[in-house]
Write a protein that binds this ligand. Structure first.
Ligand code: AMP
Length: 297
């Protein structure tokens, strides 16, 4: 730890406190995420430590690089590449409007990062604007990837507030325990909609019940034919039958192709959600800025 000099506290994250710090050896600015464990626990569970160390190998332009993991008694410090701001703060600077080309460029990068992690069998399980970071060059990087597997899916954040439900898919809201990459695709779709609406969240529910109602009011209540496994979920309850409304009614600035792509994310039955790999090939990206596409060639 002597290697790092703390500059300031950035915030309380889901898994710990985040600090901006200077690496005295390289002079680089880094982000330190410090996870403190309860006195009652016997140090860091070895499985969590092993998972976190594996994440050091997750190297991609659109994933926040984990440079190092330091472990001392009850404290685990993860040393990450530093990014200038998160998507939530970025929205605050946009004053309700993100231009179409920026939406496309940012969302393409989000899907790139997601497709890479999914190809490595790593899921995020808590994607939201606060853990999507953007640097000065408008490069987007996904943060906290794989941490849910190490520490468990978050219910409360480190500062004890209840974690937002806004980006959770209906299957998880109804208590599904088996998670697949489809959980991240739903969250990504909600973020795509939020980007297109200049930072206005798509489903800002206050509790599980209201969250599901908000979802069904837009995409319609799933029928047994559409999602036969739904009734077997532990948190299943019957909701009034509502028909879907056109996505364009809540996303006025998204074009036809964008609406079609979004629709393929927001499918209640997780089995039929698009994959990140497929989404990258969707016609919505056919006129993507060539400089961004060139990053990956
Ligand atoms: P998180 O645990 O990822 O939710 O982190 C809490 C806050 O710390 C986020 O809202 C980010 O603004 C900030 N943060 C997390 N990681 C980084 C990073 N690598 N660089 C800069 N800021 C970060």
């Amino acid at each position: 730890m002597e290697r790092y000099e703390v500059v300031s506290k950035i915030g309380e994250g889901t898994y710990g406190t985040v600090f901006k710090a200077k690496d005295k050896k390289s002079g680089d600015i880094v982000a330190l995420k410090v996870v403190r464990l309860d006195e009652d626990d016997e140090g860091i569970p070895s499985a969590a430590l092993r998972e976190v160390c594996l994440l050091k190998e997750l190297k991609h332009r659109n994933i926040v690089r984990l440079n190092d993991v330091l472990h001392k008694s009850l404290k685990l410090t993860m040393v990450f590449e530093y990014c200038d701001q998160d998507l939530k703060k970025y929205f605050d600077t946009c004053r309700g409007h993100v231009d179409k080309k920026t939406v496309q460029a940012l969302y393409y990068q989000l899907l790139r990062g997601l497709a890479f992690c999914h190809s490595q069998n790593i899921f995020h399980r808590d994607l939201k604007p606060q853990n999507i970071l953007i640097n000065k060059n408008r490069e987007l990087k996904l943060a906290d990837f794989g941490l849910a597997r190490a520490f468990g899916i978050p219910v409360r954040s480190f500062s004890a507030e209840v974690v937002t439900l806004w980006y959770r898919p209906p299957d998880v809201l109804m208590g599904a325990q088996i998670y697949t990459t489809s959980i991240d695709i739903w969250s990504a779709g909600c973020i795509f909609a939020e980007l297109s609406n200049g930072g206005k969240p798509l489903f800002p529910g206050n509790d599980v019940d209201e969250q599901l109602k908000r979802i069904f009011r837009l995409v319609g209540t799933p029928t047994e034919r559409m999602w036969p496994e739904m009734q077997k979920l532990q948190g299943y309850k019957q909701y009034p039958e509502i028909s879907p409304v056109p996505m364009s009614s809540v996303l006025p600035s998204l074009d036809e192709r964008g609406l079609d792509l979004l629709k393929k994310h927001l499918v209640c039955n997780p089995r039929y959600r698009i994959t990140a790999e497929e989404a990258l090939k969707h016609p919505y990206f056919s006129d993507l800025d060539p400089t961004i596409a060139a990053w990956y060639t």
